[in-house]
Design a protein around this ligand. Structure first.
Ligand code: UDP
Ligand code: MG
Length: 200
């Protein structure tokens, strides 16, 4: 039963996380919680590759644009002043351009993380998109104070340390994009019996 809920998700320490020297701390948090690294590499991705990593459909672009727009509204900063539009689709497209440029600007650590409800558990440890809204104790909350009123207002994406797949569809696509089948390792963590052995 519980074994069926063991999932794989994709995580990437972004260039800001690598350059701040906190790859180890990010990994420690996943490992401490009982999650297992099953693939990992340090790579400098091309812009074309990151273009594929982040979705291009209108729904995703609007969702991203709306995150920025809501903070601008809260802070009373006119959207038009920064983006030249109030259309969240256009704002999402602008943010994606900044993202592609930024994520391809230096090495990132890409990994596949496995464990019980790994997709949600990794997001819980990572914290929400805007570090300003991320609680202390999460990676984004502990290492950043960024939000769209700072980052996007300065024509850059939020520097939020780490990427983690948001749902099963993203996890499957991202794992297939970043890794080949034989990159995934099979091994047992010493505490796996504690988590997964049936006590009945
Ligand atoms: N982003 C941004 N401004 C926003 C929303 C997103 O700069 O208002 C950037 C940020 O770096 C984020 C990435 O775009 O991590 C992808 O956005 P998404 O909504 O998928 O956030 P995530 O899944 O990374 O939490
Ligand atoms: Mg996302």
């Amino acid at each position: 039963m519980a074994q069926k809920l063991v999932e794989r998700t994709f995580v990437m320490v972004k260039p800001d996380g690598v350059q701040r020297g906190i790859v180890g701390d990010c990994l420690r948090r996943f490992e401490n919680a009982g999650l297992k690294i099953v693939a990992m590499k340090l790579v400098h991705p091309t812009p074309a590759f990151i273009e594929k990593h982040y979705p291009s459909d209108d729904g995703w672009l609007r969702m991203v644009g709306e995150k920025s727009a809501s903070t601008f509204r809260d802070l009373g900063i006119p959207l038009k002043q920064k983006f030249g539009t109030e259309d969240t689709l256009e704002i999402g497209k602008q943010i994606k351009k900044w993202l592609v440029k930024y994520i391809s600007s230096g090495p990132v650590v890409a990994m596949a993380i496995e464990g019980y409800r790994a997709i949600e558990n990794v997001r819980r440890i990572t914290g929400p998109t805007k570090p300003f809204e991320a609680a202390p104790g999460t990676i984004r909350g502990d290492y950043s104070l960024d939000d769209p009123g700072l980052g996007n207002a300065l024509s850059r994406p939020l520097l939020n340390i780490i990427h983690a797949s948001g749902n099963k569809g993203e996890a499957d696509n991202e794992l297939a994009l970043w890794f080949r089948k034989d990159d995934f390792m099979t091994y047992k963590r010493l505490d796996e019996d504690m988590w997964y052995k049936d006590w009945s």
